[in-house]
Design a protein around this ligand. Structure first.
Ligand code: ZN
Length: 129
């Protein structure tokens, strides 16, 4: 299955934990869930949903990659977005235990948007019994 995520800024994070939890099939008790964002300028991360930390993370990825001076910018001007997404990767895998995501107390799952605002598609694949 898959779901859509709306983002509202060029570089931002959107908590998708509830949508991911809702995507776990009712008949799955123990296994894994893999979420995969189907884009080259967004990624998935597991982090704490605390507003100052989210600002820190967004600033960190903004600072880490220079905005300009990349070859791909000659095509569509968003090489920095691709490079930030490449650092993060497109997927996360979460254990499923007793039918729920087995996340730690402070863990949430986020789309890291690197070239918004856009509508992003996240697919979810589960394995288990
Ligand atoms: Zn591009």
């Amino acid at each position: 299955m898959a779901f859509s995520v709306e983002t509202d800024a060029r570089l931002t994070s959107v908590d998708i934990t509830d949508q991911l939890a809702a995507a776990i099939p009712n008949d799955l008790s123990t296994g894994i869930a893999t979420a995969f964002v189907e884009h080259t300028t967004a990624g998935l991360i597991v982090q704490e949903n605390e507003s100052r930390l989210r600002g820190d993370l967004e600033g960190f990825f903004d600072d880490l990659v220079p905005d300009d001076g990349h070859a791909h910018d000659q095509l569509d001007g968003n090489a920095d977005s691709h490079l930030r997404a490449a650092l993060v990767g497109p997927d996360v895998t979460i254990p499923v235990r007793d039918g729920d995501l087995a996340l730690g107390t402070w863990q949430s799952v986020f789309v890291l948007e690197c070239d918004g605002p856009r509508t992003r598609t996240v697919s979810v694949t589960t394995v288990g019994k």
